[in-house]
Design a protein around this ligand. Sequence first.
Ligand code: SF4
Length: 82
Amino acid sequence: MAAESELQKNLKRLTWQGENCLSCVYFHPNDVLNADILERGPCTHPKLKPFDLIVSGRDWCNLYKEMPQNTIEALQEHASNE
Ligand code: SF4
């Protein structure tokens, strides 16, 4: 069996972060319809709001709370009607 290449070793260390701002109920992306991990917007968590944080979809913190799918759909429906 061939030795594992450096690239293969590095790829094994890559993990995808699941609980990030993009799927957090407190994230308000500027573009709701096209939001991805690079999208930016304010964090509205009551403890963080005083700091006027602008976060991106790939950021995260320990105050994360998952946004329910029906909320995502309602936000997208509202945005598409504007
Ligand atoms: S900074 Fe924390 S609370 Fe704010 S949107 Fe991101 S995960 Fe949610």
